[in-house]
Write a protein that binds this ligand. Structure first.
Ligand code: B16
Ligand code: MG
Length: 216
């Protein structure tokens, strides 16, 4: 493997829960009932498409102005919630894994749907670990489209077969598979079972075993 491409929300940091809480506020205002189970469908999905899914769930329609308004509102609430985010919010095992990858000369990329990704990386103080950062501001197609990961591979100058993607969402695992990359699922949700290998959390990853598996 030449590169490990990390998703952000739900893989490096638990911002997935803040996304859920921020969307819950919007749903309350729009009188849409929205559960944690519904939220699984939003993981990895960009902001605009997330709102589209929520409107479908609630069987509601919004005119263009209101649609834009609620996108901005959701992000305001989300940014307020992550105001206090700092290095301590990083999931256990992230820095040790980054260090091991550096030792092995394996490149580190970010493939996130979030338009807030750079801000979050800087709050977590991990920006410098990345050889390449691709976020929601740089893509035209959201996950499950593979664009975010393909852009990483081309910028890093590595073949897709030599990339492994770490993802907590179905959309992200589907994107990795479509990109012809190896898929490492992070979490316990049934929807990511089709990854090449699944770990409960980053801290459980056994790097040597994973590399061996992918060399086969
Ligand atoms: P933003 P990831 C995704 O990030 C989240 O999983 C998803 O819930 C969110 O809607 C999306 O980013 C857009 O985020 O509103 O910050 O632009 O998992 O791809 O890192
Ligand atoms: Mg994610």
């Amino acid at each position: 493997m030449k590169a490990f491409l990390f998703d952000l929300d739900g893989v490096l940091v638990d911002t997935a829960n803040y996304h859920f809480l921020a969307w819950s506020k919007v749903c309350d205002a729009l009188e849409i009932s929205f559960s944690k189970i519904d939220n699984e469908r939003l993981k990895g999905i960009d902001r605009r498409n997330s709102l589209r899914i929520l409107l479908k769930i609630g069987n509601k329609e919004l005119n263009e102005n209101d649609f834009e308004y609620w996108l901005v509102e959701k992000n305001k609430v989300y940014l307020e919630m992550i105001k206090q985010l700092d290095r301590t919010a990083l999931f256990n095992g992230v820095i040790p894994l980054f260090e091991k990858l550096k030792e092995k000369n394996i490149k580190i990329g970010l493939g996130s749907a979030s338009k807030n990704a750079k801000l979050i990386l800087s709050r977590l103080e991990i920006t410098d670990y990345f050889d390449c950062i691709v976020d929601g501001n740089m893509t035209t197609q959201g996950k499950p489209d593979p664009q975010v990961f393909l852009l990483n591979a081309s910028r890093l100058g590595v073949n897709v077969e030599e990339c492994a993607v770490l993802e907590d969402s179905k959309a992200g695992i589907d994107a990795a598979i479509t990109a012809n990359m190896k898929a490492i699922g992070i979490g316990s949700d049934q929807s990511i079972k089709h990854a090449d290998v699944v770990y409960q959390a980053i801290e459980n990853i056994e790097l040597d075993a994973v590399l061996e598996l992918f060399e086969e």
